[in-house]
Design a protein around this ligand. Sequence first.
Ligand code: 9Z3
Length: 361
Amino acid sequence: MATEDPQAQYFENNPAPKQLRKHEALVREFIEYHISTNPETRIVLVTSGGTTVPLENQTVRFIDNFSAGTRGATSAEYFVRAGYAVIFLHREYSLLPYSRHYSHSTNCFLDFMEGSAGGDVVVRQEYQMKMKQVLEEYQYAKKNRLLLMLPYVTVNEYLFELRSLATLLQPVGSRALFYLAAAVSDFFIPRDRMEEHKIQSSTVENGKKTGNGTQLVINLDPVPKFLSTLVHSWASRESMIVSFKLETDPNLLVSKAEQALHKYGHDLVIGNLLTTRKWEVVFVRTGEERWVRVPKAKRSRSVSGIEELVGRADKKKDAAKKDEVDLSGGEVREGMEIESLIVPELAALHEQRIRDSAAKA
Ligand code: 9Z3
């Protein structure tokens, strides 16, 4: 029977991703393993990276967004450090925990290696300490099965995966934490309006004629407000749900975060601005607005490409330090990661939440 509920309609009218059953089996196994090994285990679902909106079913073109998955991948590492088992639902080929330190573009892994006198390939002396630490943390997470990686590509895949994961996490109750850092598209093309084959510029219909040809006009539908359904129906009432709010206008950030909190009724919204997201975020909870900032002296280069205002003398002093990474020809200071502040704060709030929940029971 057809349903009126837009959320339910969405899942009836759009196809489940091919990998969903396999992912569900992996998650079930992961949760059972952790609950049976330690019933006190806390499990966090970290979502990370952008979502694509395909324009064609056999996809050649798609709409995407800026997110590289830095927030999610970095946070996942700090969650492991804080004792969590992590389900990492991420955009395929976006940054991953641990390997993010040595990606193919920024911090290209090849620049960290050299040939030794004996003809072996070795890690350059100046990077030994850092790489050893990353490697040990990676091996610890792997050995203890603390990280389950699940990739998605499209916004549709993301929504199906999120629904399944939330349902599977229900038995974890208050020990489950949702950390929704993925940059999810607000618009999509429903399956019944999607072109099967590559859109041909010569056969575009309904577009306005211009001097150069015909415009391609695309109508996108709003993605259903999944956060509301996650909070009120997919996830256990006991679990803690944290969403991120991204804005570009500083004057809107806090009010938009407050709006989201009231609208969806979850635990916390972490607001961030596109240009400052690497060193400041705002925690918005009922009756509370609290900024979390990396101290100025500990900030690294800005993500927007705008060099942060660190004095030249300051830079020279820093360049002498051991943890300096300079592969780009410029001076790049490895600063404090804001996730090292966000995650412990959240772990403490979650701890409190678990205690409150136990006291109520
Ligand atoms: C965020 O705000 C993340 O912090 C970023 C991280 C996407 C800015 P990067 O991957 O960036 O480190 O480059 N994520 C949430 C964005 C979002 O789509 N939120 C929805 C909204 O604002 C609610 S779930 O409406």
